[in-house]
Design a protein around this ligand. Sequence first.
Ligand code: SF4
Length: 99
Amino acid sequence: MSPGGRTSRPTSWQLVLDPAACDGHGICALLFAERIGLDEWGSAAVRGGPFSGRVMLRRARRAVAACPAAALRLAVVPSAAPARPTAGAAPAGAHEQPQ
Ligand code: SF4
């Protein structure tokens, strides 16, 4: 655990587009070309899955902030929790003995 009580799991983000709000200005695709393209009508098209890293997050935030139609937002993608054995379940690698 890090100072301040927060855990330091890596965080991922995903761009979420509201296609009904997109006016096709194209600014977002210029600012975050790694994840945003334009379709044949000039509307934004989000590509790829969740991303992480400071540089990618900074570009994503700039694209979201620059959208004049407020059609983009950033969503945090929860990191996968470590698998826990359920109550009564055999530990991984354990085998039942025949009776
Ligand atoms: S900047 Fe906004 S309105 Fe323009 S293409 Fe991107 S999402 Fe659509």
